[in-house]
Design a protein around this ligand. Structure first.
Ligand SMILES: [Zn+2]
Length: 566
């Protein structure tokens, strides 16, 4: 719907832009400098809004309208005699009920200008130039946008190649790897193998189109953005791919394929951690060499300079998002905590955090075998990868940091299943700055438990405690008071419920659901829940007394008592 409010009176209430003081510019860049933005006070806007009258020559036309958590956002284009005045807008932001929060204006007082008259040609815009309002035609040539007078004089020119140093390219990548999207394991029926990094059809078919932020400069797209730059640091030497088109379509055996893989997944990890609320990590353009050796090895280096290196041996590392995400998480960790990592357990923790991130990342894209760490790069004839579904406990540690990392990464994956990977990753990113060069796993467990208390008001303490106790990482009060139905259902923290200090939790110790009815001592039903996996009872919602819980799971029934005192 076209919303129109009149312009003539609104000019009354805004300060008139200082267009008349500027010298004529033949080639203007980015923003017509003659249009100066001024802020309108909400009170001014509200007072004057009702006074607006429509005049025949002047209009404001609603150009865009959006809604957000804040409220409503309007952008009006100034129109004079049916044509838009280039760059002349009124932006109005209101709260959800329509109260004006602020507004910004580049509107022009046309009465103060000499207005060109010419009915002979079809024009697209008015352009303010000196004291004149001139008629102009718009031309688009590639990335160049030009406004010209009928006699050919250029009034305004915008070069998007200069204006948008960042742009978007299209590329085909494995997302996260070809086995996950095909839903198969490595080497299934003799297919889906590395085949010497060749253009094997079944693998090439698993490439998916994605968009990647990238750089555009003087006719050329480069594999660089604010997070990473594809560079050639070490042999084998390949000049990083670039293109005059915005499409980077490589088959898997081509070097460019590894390059777009690395740039894409690094950018996506940044998108993910921003979603978790971490906006300032790895704030520099990390150098990435996707073909840094012929060995089957990748690493993050931070001394003397930060860079990421991917090896081409075995399945090339940069063909598996797990490897890219793992290595980039080292950079994230270094950005959160730039101290040295010394102890073997601390190294195991570091590897485990990076592995937990790549599991969380994969699970979000596609949960198929998400606990297989390095699902394409490993778990094959080249190496075993790592197991993010290990049952190993702290007592099983052997002093090798890669092997021992599975204790912690598998614990994190279990937690992801129970409380969601976003909560776990957020906790972990808050744990990292607290780690010392020699933190042990039990210490890290305690830190994570305390972090939940600080950031989540201990919301997940029972789940964390259960996992850490099961992994033998220390004594955590799990608060399990009773287990029922052959250990399938637990009642946690009935003591805290009784004295009003915490929720009691009734939970199924596995996937699936149960039904529950709660009775008071007189046998009246006071609560019914069906098909749930967990129930939290908040003590503030229950008066003093004894309550009976009737649970049904898989056709079996059990009873529990909970007590709430005064
Ligand atoms: Zn690592």
């Amino acid at each position: 719907m076209k919303k129109v409010i009149a312009l003539s009176s609104i000019l009354f209430l805004i300060s008139i832009p200082t267009f008349a003081q500027h010298q004529a510019e033949v080639r203007l860049k980015e923003q017509t400098p003659t249009l100066v933005q001024s802020e309108l006070l909400p009170s001014q806007f509200n007072q004057q809004k009702q006074l607006l009258n429509k005049s025949s020559n002047e209009d404001l036309v609603l150009k865009t309208y959006t809604e957000s958590n804040i409220g409503k956002h309007y952008l009006y284009q100034q129109i004079h005699k049916g044509l838009p005045i280039y760059g002349a807008f009124l932006k109005v932001n209101t709260n959800k009920t329509g109260g004006v929060l602020n507004s910004f204006s580049t509107l022009v007082d046309v009465n103060a200008l000499n207005i060109e008259t010419d009915n002979s040609a079809n024009y697209n815009y008015w352009v303010v130039s000196d004291n004149n309002l001139l008629l102009a035609k718009a031309y688009k040539n590639g990335y160049e946008f030009t406004l010209k007078q009928n006699n050919g004089t250029i009034l305004y020119q915008k070069d998007n190649r200069l204006f948008f140093t960042d742009t978007i390219i299209k590329a085909r990548v494995f997302n996260p790897d070809p086995l996950t999207t095909a839903g198969v394991t490595y080497g299934k029926d003799g297919t889906y193998r590395n085949f010497n990094d060749s253009d094997y059809t079944l693998l090439n078919e698993q490439r998916k189109w994605v968009n990647i932020p990238a750089q555009f400069n003087a006719d050329t797209f480069y594999l660089k953005n604010k997070y990473a730059a594809i560079v050639d640091i070490k042999s084998p030497n390949y000049i990083p791919s670039k293109s005059t088109k915005d499409s980077f379509d490589y088959t898997r055996r081509q070097v460019g394929f590894k390059e777009v893989m690395a740039l894409y997944h690094i950018s996506e990890v940044q998108t993910y951690i921003k979603l978790l609320g971490f906006n300032n990590l790895v704030k520099y353009q990390l150098k990435v060499d996707p073909h840094s050796s012929t060995a089957d090895q990748s690493y993050f280096s931070y001394d003397p300079d930060t860079s990421l290196h991917f090896g081409l041996g075995g399945v090339p590392d940069a063909e598996d998002a797990d490897v890219i995400v793992h290595e980039y998480t080292h950079a994230i960790s270094h950005s959160l905590n730039p101290t040295d990592i010394i102890g073997t357990e601390r190294r195991a923790l570091e590897e485990a955090i990076c592995d937990a991130m790549c599991c969380a990342y994969s699970k979000r894209i596609n949960p198929f075998l998400w606990k297989n760490i390095f699902g394409w790069d490993g778990h094959n004839e080249f190496w075993n990868g790592r197991n993010g579904a290990s049952l190993k406990t702290y007592e099983n540690k052997v002093g090798d940091f890669y092997s021992d990392s599975e204790i912690w990464s598998s614990a994190m994956n279990n937690l992801s299943e129970k409380i969601g990977e976003n909560i776990v990753m957020k906790l972990l990113l808050n744990v990292i700055p607290q780690l010392s060069p020699n933190t042990t796993m039990p210490q890290a467990a305690k830190i994570m438990y305390d972090t939940d208390s600080i950031t989540n008001n201990s919301k997940y303490r029972w789940v964390l405690a259960e996992e850490f106790v099961a992994r033998k990482m220390g004594d955590f009060y799990t608060g399990t008071n009773e287990v029922l139905l052959n250990k399938q259902i637990s009642l946690l923290n009935s003591f805290g419920f009784a004295n009003g200090t915490g929720n009691a939790t009734i939970k199924l110790n596995q996937a699936g659901t149960f039904n529950i009815q709660m009775y008071d001592v007189n046998g009246h039903v006071i609560l019914t829940r069906k098909n749930i996996n967990q129930l939290d009872l908040n003590p503030t919602e229950f008066g003093a007394g004894l309550y009976i819980l009737e649970l049904n799971h898989n056709g079996k029934t059990a009873y529990l008592k909970v007590f709430r005192h005064n």
